[in-house]
Write a protein that binds this ligand. Structure first.
Ligand code: FE2
Length: 151
């Protein structure tokens, strides 16, 4: 199994084209394995969705990271690639993106910088479970995980 981390460019620091980089990296990785998990670290949902469609049928999974917020669109795309725009944060949800909410609110309300501290309450795990066909590398089952659930 291979793991490929790509970084997006929309609303992020300039970096090489993640689409061309995916083509280059997969050209190497696919000589070794058909089971490839792509972590796409990017901010814009559109860029992450585009990458999912771009790699559909070429990799086992394209799972977005970075926003800390789990999206409810986990599914297997038509050509067999599991996709979710963002897997979400494993960390404290009594927070603003993992930081103490009082400090984050003060920062935004006053428009002045304040020190951030990591929050500690309501810790949850977010992830995805992807089952793949070892012969084809295609996803056959996918489940989004939030534990404990918000329900
Ligand atoms: Fe990030």
């Amino acid at each position: 199994m291979g793991v490929l981390n790509l970084q997006g460019r929309v609303y992020m620091q300039p970096i090489d084209d993640p689409f061309k980089t995916a083509d280059w990296a997969l050209g190497i990785m696919q000589k070794e394995t058909k089971t490839i998990f792509v972590d796409f670290h990017a901010d814009a949902t559109a860029e992450k969705m585009a990458m999912g469609w771009y790699l559909d049928g070429k990799v086992t999974a394209v799972i977005g990271t970075h926003t800390h917020t789990p999206t409810a669109d986990g599914r297997i795309l038509p050509r067999g690639t599991a996709f979710q725009t963002d897997v979400g944060m494993t960390g404290p949800y009594d927070s603003v993106l993992g930081m103490k909410k009082e400090q984050a609110i003060r920062r935004l309300v006053t428009g002045t910088p304040h020190k951030y501290e990591v929050a500690s309450h309501d810790v949850r795990l977010c992830g995805v479970y992807v089952q793949a066909d070892a012969d084809t590398g295609r996803a056959v089952k996918m489940e989004s995980i939030i534990f404990p659930s918000f329900g």
